[in-house]
Design a protein around this ligand. Structure first.
Ligand code: AMP
Ligand code: ZN
Length: 320
């Protein structure tokens, strides 16, 4: 087992290579389970000009912090960023990466995806420290699947727009002709973690979403909504920007439909207002029940008995 105790001051004194070597060292499964990767500035040493930091927060002298998957470790004042990634374990001894049971946008029914996930389970992952910039894979309470957005947001092929605060990616399983996700670079796990200090960021996410819609060639013929799922299935807060045609083969079930057409979908403006007035976002109890509501057309409120019937009906509102 490798205990990753990294001393910022040592790094400053020229032991960078020693740290870079960590890039290829594996942690034990115990570490994975505990999601434990510790970093500690040398006790008794003064904080130098090039301290070790986690997500820009400096690890104070003698302090110890836990690095969670998704957080960035910087050795020597942002010069050497690292993230935690997972490398195939040929022994396959480690298991237990579970998918979450319930999710509104459960896109994992496709046999191909299921196979991929099965393969991922068989060749279990162990974490390694890897220089930032490469693809990331993490395991966390929600399982490997729920970390997918963190991988996609770093993938240039998925990125449609980025600035210093946010990135916009294509939704991998779009539920409409146009479906994008706006994600902050800052590691914020979910709506629940948002507070007053995130107000400007969330407003910026909304502005970028509006900009994306304006630039869409179909924006004059299609309407769009921007909002968050009350109970997201994917980790890392993300704003859905979705055209209202819902014309997509990826929209497969009642949960998909109701997650975008009932109050399960919380408007971005409502989130901003909640943050401004209460300093946090509250999700009404019983949100999951909304996913079980009958299928109702969002345009004319007609009730449809099946998804194929609903899709057929939608053609009348949104001819190709
Ligand atoms: P939710 O967490 O319910 O707000 O929705 C997550 C969204 O992420 C869904 O619309 C999925 O289609 C989408 N999605 C799932 N996995 C990925 C991925 N790896 N990359 C991009 N989008 C994804
Ligand atoms: Zn209708």
């Amino acid at each position: 087992m490798l205990k990753c105790r990294l001393a910022g001051l040592l790094a400053k004194r020229g032991f960078i290579n020693q740290f870079c070597c960590l890039t290829y060292k594996q942690l034990s499964w115990v570490d994975v389970q505990k999601r434990l990767l510790k970093t500690k500035n040398a006790p008794g040493s003064k904080l130098g000009t090039n301290p070790t930091s986690v997500d820009s927060v400096v690890v104070g002298t003698g302090n110890e912090v836990r690095i969670k998957p998704g957080q960035r470790l910087h050795i020597v004042n942002q010069l050497y960023p690292y993230t935690i990634q997972f490398k195939e374990d040929p022994t396959g001894k480690n298991s237990g990466t579970k998918r979450p049971r319930e999710s509104a946008s459960d896109d994992r029914e496709s046999p191909r995806e299921a196979q991929k996930m099965k393969a991922a389970k068989l060749t279990e992952k162990v974490p390694v420290l890897v220089n930032h910039g490469e693809a990331q894979k993490h395991t966390e309470r929600g399982g490997l699947w729920s970390q997918g957005l963190k991988i996609s947001m770093q993938d240039p092929k998925m990125q449609l727009y980025k600035d210093d605060k946010v990135v916009v990616i294509k939704d991998k399983y779009p539920k409409a002709r146009h479906h994008w996700l706006v994600l902050p670079w800052q590691s914020i796990p979910s709506l629940k973690a948002l507070c007053e200090e995130h107000c400007d960021l969330v407003k910026h996410m909304q502005q970028v979403a509006d900009q994306m819609v304006q630039q869409c060639p179909d924006s004059s013929s299609l309407s769009f909504r921007t909002g968050y799922h009350a109970i997201p299935s994917m980790s890392h807060v993300h704003l859905h920007v979705i055209s209202q045609d819902f014309d997509s083969p990826c929209l497969k079930n009642k949960k998909h439909w109701n997650s975008f057409t009932t109050d399960y979908f919380i408007e971005s403006n409502d989130v901003i207002q909640m943050l401004e007035t209460n300093g946090r976002v509250t999700v009404k109890e019983g949100a999951t029940e909304l996913l079980k509501l009958p299928l109702c057309c969002h345009m004319c409120h007609k009730e449809l008995s099946t998804i194929p019937a609903l899709k057929e009906h939608l053609k009348s509102h949104f001819p190709r």
